[in-house]
Design a protein around this ligand. Structure first.
Ligand code: AMP
Length: 426
């Protein structure tokens, strides 16, 4: 299948070619013709599947078929949960509209509103926004939303997780009744279904089997280690493996700062990215990481949401997330678009229960090993809660804690996520 067969215009085909894409991804193949037809679409897709081009390309084509309106009010509105995702979607819009007479802009909080206001006052066709700043500027009468023809909710599940439901409803109330709606989400909770029911008109459901599903292209491994040893182990892995670009996840902002300091003290260039950092600091850290100036980006889950760093070779869970879905999302930062990647989790005894949850979700056992010199010191005393958990794990994994051991689980088990079944994981 080629992009040409999807019905895209010459200007968009040229832009796609400039990006070096030759074949549409599954989500693009399914969603582009439907959106071009004018249908409302409910799509199950996560970052890494090419979803952004899946809605941006047809949206740009639809807008470019009509001459721009006088004063150029917003005609397409794309809402995203995070600033980083907004910035990325905006970049994509710019790239894909390179040969079209369309203006795009991005607005998000955490930065001075003045330049955003100036851009909006000039008139734009496509606006990418996070909900808070959009409402803020709308209340200040800086922009009108009454000419919006197409609304996109990107990563709708994360928007709800982050408490944006009320803001989204308030934004929708300002839009014209008649419009095309596109909702992209990695998971379909009851709340997402409710939102979709209220928003979409006879939607067509589109599901993408992610090319970077956890089971396919990502080499996942657990290294069991005591909590106190984790920083030393990470330093050793980075130095001895000569890792040039690694994304490390911590559970807390404080943990991210602390680890970053330790890495810098070991002469490993590192930066933290989390919600307490200013937008300037976040953009700088991400830029430095992408360009190779910073070897290690230490992130919390929310900050990392939607980050697109092509061909990221290493992801490390310094601490496992307590929500299993977040694990899948984290490791989805590697092995993007079919490229292979390595995802390591440093797991202490207290985190073994999380491992079980994660394995249940992905329906796969993760290889577990212990590295010489980093053997966990104490096996837990029998009878404690974690010890029981640990013993259960040991029985099923057949791993011996104090010697290097590894075990690969049953690879032949059906994988629901891969088959596009009930549970969509990210
Ligand atoms: P997304 O899921 O939209 O975040 O896209 C993930 C990455 O895939 C981005 O770096 C895109 O530039 C890239 N991409 C999107 N569509 C294609 C395609 N058809 N072929 C190759 N790469 C693509």
């Amino acid at each position: 299948m080629s992009f040409k067969k999807l019905g895209l215009s010459e200007a968009l085909l040229k832009a796609v070619e400039k990006q070096g894409y030759d074949t549409p991804s599954p989500i693009q193949e399914k969603s582009i013709p439907l959106i071009l037809e004018g249908s409302d679409v409910l799509a199950s897709a996560q970052t890494g599947t090419g979803k952004t081009a899946g809605f941006t390309l047809p949206l740009l084509q639809l807008l470019s078929q009509e001459p721009p309106l006088r004063n150029r009010p917003v005609r397409a509105l794309i809402l995203t949960p995070t600033r980083e995702l907004a910035a990325q979607v905006y970049q994509n819009c710019k790239q894909y509209s390179a040969f079209l007479d369309l203006r795009t802009a991005v607005i998000f909080g955490g930065v001075n509103q003045k330049p955003q206001v100036a851009t909006l006052r000039n008139g734009i066709d496509v606006l990418v926004a996070t909900p808070g700043r959009l409402l803020d500027l709308h209340q200040q009468n800086v922009l009108a939303l009454n000419k919006v023809e197409i609304l996109v909710l990107d990563e709708a599940d994360r928007m709800l997780d982050m408490g944006f439901l009320r803001d989204i409803k308030r934004i929708i109330a300002t839009l014209p009744q008649k419009r095309q709606n596109l909702l992209f989400s990695a998971t379909f909770s009851k709340e997402i279904k409710q939102l979709a029911n209220g928003l979409l008109h006879q939607p067509i459901l589109v599901e993408a089997t992610p090319e970077n599903s956890t089971v396919d292209s990502i080499n996942q491994k657990i290294i069991r280690v005591d909590k106190a040893q984790k920083p030393h182990l990470l330093v050793k892995l980075i130095k001895e493996g000569n890792w040039k670009q690694v994304l490390v996840f911590t559970r807390t902002k404080h943990g991210a700062n602390k680890l970053t300091k330790k890495l810098i003290a070991e002469n490993i260039s590192a930066a933290a990215i989390h919600g307490n950092k200013s937008q300037g600091a976040r953009t700088k850290a991400l830029g430095g990481f992408k360009s190779g100036d910073i070897r290690v980006l230490v992130a919390t889950d929310i900050a990392a949401r939607g980050l697109d760093i092509p061909l990221l070779p290493h992801v490390v869970n310094f601490e496992l997330p307590n929500i299993a879905e977040d694990y899948v999302h984290r490791i989805g930062r590697t092995g993007r678009a079919g490229a292979s990647g390595v995802a390591l989790s440093l797991v202490d005894i207290d985190e073994m229960a999380y491992v079980r949850e994660i394995e249940k979700l992905i329906e796969q056992r993760i290889v577990s090993e212990v590295l010489p010199g980093f053997e966990p010191e104490n096996q837990l005393t029998p009878g404690s809660k974690s010890a029981k958990q640990n013993n259960r794990n040991r029985n099923t994994r057949n791993s011996r804690p104090s010697s290097k051991s590894s075990h690969q689980g049953n690879q032949n088990r059906p994988n629901r996520a891969k088959q596009g079944g009930k549970r969509n994981v990210r």
